[in-house]
Write a protein that binds this ligand. Structure first.
Ligand code: GTP
Ligand code: MG
Length: 817
């Protein structure tokens, strides 16, 4: 960075396209949205142009420089205190009159100013022709035209900015406030001029003092002879108020509006008068008093169906890839901790989270589409009445909408709210808006336990519950924690426009990078931690002597093979008869194919079988007498060689076939018994592990919600980030699994008897509501500047989650789900 870099501040009304132009110039990818209040913090970016380094500062939008809300203050402080070398005022040309009100105040700051008439396309569409020469003459600043979302006029803007910097001509603009006020301005300016070290333009300072601007008054107060100035201002104000018989602030504001009105009258000519624009026509329906709300919910419903169904295909491909990777690691690495960490911890954890990327991308595709067309602003308008009814400012809905993406920007977005009480309430309820990190949890559980036809609706219902709870909690907080009245608010509706592909892709790209970054850092760390917690301590005092039992199974297998196959065939070992060996392999292939087909035909049978195995196991009979079980089922199988392929084999090898079949059956039974033992051992080990203990510790608290200790571990770890619930379940279930199971986590979950659709639904509800993630808690701490509020947020949401989940589970159980 060179020391000679010049600072260019981008200022303007909300939604005038500042960030779009900032991104065009600097190549940054800051969030852009077609509604006011997207940018709440200043952002900086470099651009080298004609050999000069320019530092661009993107500011939050403001309607004036009176600094009512936090974001307006940010903008104003940058302009006034940081003294950028030049101010570029981005104006919405299709709304010139309102935008010029801020322009006038910027010009009064006596800094070099360039006016960028952005949205020139919209102005043209509305049939307005703006005369740049008249604007330049009246305002004394250069005028450039741009169309930000198509990156038009950017070079021209840079050129004009560079020239203006070279000339370094401060704005000489002075609005004539009329004889009486001008006299007082001169008077106050006179006193200020005699004071040492005044760092603001004197005329501006005088006007602000007369306007009773608290921020300016406070800083003057601290100066030597400050009280003298303030006394003079006080007198001047009193005098002028009697002359005008009105608040002086209003008189001054009016003078500005009058001036702006005159400028517009001269500079703009209209072609079609009074014609209803297309935007107005669409808005008659979308913001309809009665239809507006149902339309909003219908659009949301469509969005979630879209995300779910379309996203499922690429998700399955990624899952397939991960399964393959896991199997590869399983086959090619030596047994041990490293293999287990890679296969169970990292691929099971991070891999599962990554497979949800397509759905995240689609969600943001939908959100970007709704934002960029301008529909989100309508949604806020429609929700405004609901918000007002619960005592919140309509503006609160915008941060809440951002919450669908992530709670962090949502909480920061509350800076646009003027009223601190509104702001606090909005901060507290915005984590209830279901953020994208929770999407993987829903997708996983929904695809495991609900049919595809209702999947989208189930997901929609979760989001809806979030919105409803946010509204209810806002009402409660407003009533008990932050009582007071709300001001009226007029929502501004930006015109609709076709979103550009570039802006939507940027949005999706930005999100996926964030998501993957999180998967590679936070979630990776959490997965490793969870893997450790689930694998250690490694010395487990088992209830049964698993090694002994496994040895017994092996021994009885060898004995039976000898008795029933080797001795009758008069061979020492299987290897001594290669045709027998080949026959066994063939039978194995046919049988496993049979199994695959059966599974495809209906997985219910298999589930029944599994429970049967489990029940049999629990009674202990079969496990203690494995040999009996083998002979029984072997006899069953031989009676019906129903498979034509097997029949063929039998015909071709009449002598060897019965022996081969017997061997295969004995081996199959051995494998099944080993698997049961392995499973039992793994689950005992898991239960004994640190994670298991943690889970058992929280289990009593979550048992009334239908959750078991595994879900408990997931929920505890998911306070770090909600996706961690998925990665934790991924790790727990792959540690608990016997083989490196290539089938997705969904299948494994749906086979776990602890899970039912009702439990899955309750778990989703709990995940939605309970504690905001660590990042959100940290932002709450920063934005409220106290530890009290993140603590409160944690406690209230977790209690609320418990109560709601309890109700859902208990009522669901009563209804027989
Ligand atoms: N039709 C049209 N749309 C534009 C133009 N420039 C920007 N937009 C769109 O206007 C919307 C607002 O743009 P932003 O850059 O977020 O506006 P901003 O001034 O930074 O807004 P805040 O941060 O809320 O103050 C986005 O949907 C842009 O795609 C333009 O010249 N013409
Ligand atoms: Mg912005």
């Amino acid at each position: 960075m060179t020391t000679t870099s010049m600072t260019v501040a981008l200022a303007g009304n909300p939604n005038s396209g500042k960030t779009t132009i900032f991104n065009n110039i600097t190549g940054a990818r800051q969030h852009v949205g077609n509604y006011p209040g997207v940018t709440v913090e200043k952002r900086e970016g470099f651009r080298r142009f004609q050999g000069k380094d320019l530092l661009f500062v993107d500011l939050p939008g403001t309607y004036s420089l009176t600094a009512n809300a936090l974001d307006e203050l940010v903008a104003r402080n940058v302009i006034i205190d940081d003294k950028p070398d030049i101010i570029v005022n981005i104006l919405d040309a299709s709304n010139l009159e309102r935008n010029l009100y801020l322009a006038v105040q910027l010009l009064e700051l006596e800094r070099p100013v360039v006016l960028a008439l952005n949205m020139a396309d919209m102005a043209e569409k509305a049939g307005q022709t703006i005369n740049d020469h008249i604007l330049t003459r009246k305002l004394g600043a250069a005028v450039v035209r741009t169309v930000g979302n198509r990156n038009q006029g950017t070079a021209n803007l840079l050129q004009t900015v560079t020239e203006a910097i070279k000339m370094n001509k401060p704005s000489s603009f002075a609005l004539d406030y009329g004889n009486e006020i001008e006299a007082k301005i001169t008077e106050v300016t006179g006193i200020l001029a005699t004071m040492a070290a005044v760092k603001y333009p004197l005329r501006w300072l005088a006007i602000k003092l007369l306007e009773n601007d608290q921020d300016v008054i406070n800083s003057i107060k601290l100066m030597p002879r400050g009280s003298e100035v303030l006394a003079a201002v006080g007198n001047a104000r009193a005098e002028l108020q009697t002359v005008f018989n009105d608040e002086l602030e209003l008189v001054i504001a009016e003078a500005r509006y009058r001036f702006v009105g005159q400028v517009c009258q001269e500079a703009i000519s209209y072609q079609k008068h009074g014609a209803q624009t297309t935007s107005d026509k669409i808005d008659r329906i979308l913001t309809h008093r009665i239809l507006g709300l149902p339309i909003f919910f219908a659009i949301m419903w469509l969005l979630f169906n879209f995300v779910f169904t379309v996203g499922n295909y690429p998700k399955e491909w990624i899952e397939g890839g991960m399964g393959w990777l896991g199997a590869f690691v399983g086959q090619h690495m030596a047994e041990g901790d490293l293999k287990s960490l890679l296969a169970d911890g990292i691929i099971g954890g991070v891999g599962t989270v990554i497979s949800f990327l397509p759905q995240i991308l689609l969600l943001f595709f939908g959100i970007a589409l709704l934002e960029d067309t301008g529909y989100m602003a309508r949604a806020a308008f429609v929700m405004d009445r609901v918000m007002r009814a619960v005592g919140l400012h309509g503006k609160s809905f915008i941060p809440l909408l951002l919450g669908f993406g992530c709670s962090v920007p949502a909480i920061m977005g509350t800076r646009t709210l003027d009223n601190p009480r509104d702001r606090m309430v909005t901060i507290l309820v915005s984590p209830l808006m279901s953020c994208s990190a929770r999407l993987p949890v829903y997708t996983l559980l929904i695809s495991a336990f609900f049919t595809e036809q209702i999947a989208g609706s189930v997901m929609f219902s979760i989001y809806l519950i979030g919105i409803l709870l946010a509204v209810i909690m806002a009402l409660i907080f407003r009533k008990f924690l932050f009582p007071g009245s709300t001001e009226a608010f007029v929502m501004e509706l930006p015109p609709y426009h076709l979103p550009t592909l570039r802006s939507i892709l940027t949005h999706m790209w930005e999100r996926s990078v964030l998501y993957l970054k999180k998967a590679g850092t936070l979630i990776l760390a959490a997965s490793i931690l969870v893997w450790f917690l689930t694998n250690y301590p490694s010395e487990v005092p088992y209830n049964k002597d698993f090694d002994g039992l496994k040895a017994t199974v092996e021994e009885s297998f060898t004995a039976q093979v000898t008795e029933k196959v080797l001795v009758p065939l008069q061979i020492e070992a299987l290897e001594d008869n290669s045709s027998l060996q080949a026959l066994i392999t063939q039978i194995d292939e046919i049988k496993s194919q049979e199994e695959v087909d059966e599974e495809a035909a209906g997985s219910t049978e298999k589930a029944d079988l599994m429970t049967a195995v489990k029940v049999g196991n629990d009674t202990g009979d079969e496990a203690s007498n494995p040999v009996a079980a083998v002979t029984n089922s072997a006899a069953d199988e031989e009676e019906n060689p129903n498979n034509p392929q097997l029949a063929e084999l039998k015909q071709a090898n009449p002598v060897l076939y019965p022996y081969a079949l017997t061997y295969w059956q004995l081996d199959d039974e051995r494998k099944a018994q080993m698997e049961t033992l392995d499973k039992e051992q793994a689950s005992e080990k898991l239960s004994y592990s640190y994670a298991g203990r943690l889970g058992h510790f929280v289990e009593p608290a979550i048992q009334p919600l239908g959750f078991d200790w595994k879900m408990g571990v997931g929920l505890v770890s998911a306070v770090a980030a909600k996706e961690v619930l998925v990665s934790t379940l991924g790790t727990i279930y792959s540690v608990g699994a016997v083989e490196d199971d290539a089938s997705g986590l969904e299948k494994v979950l749906s086979n776990d008897p602890a899970f039912t659709p009702l439990v899955a639904y309750t778990l989703m509800i709990f995940t939605l509501i309970y504690s905001p993630c660590l990042a959100a808690l940290a932002v709450i701490r920063r934005e409220t500047n106290s530890w009290k509020w993140p603590a409160f947020s944690f406690v209230y949401s977790t209690v609320l989650a418990w109560v709601v989940a309890f109700a859902v589970y208990q009522i669901g159980t009563l209804l027989g789900y």
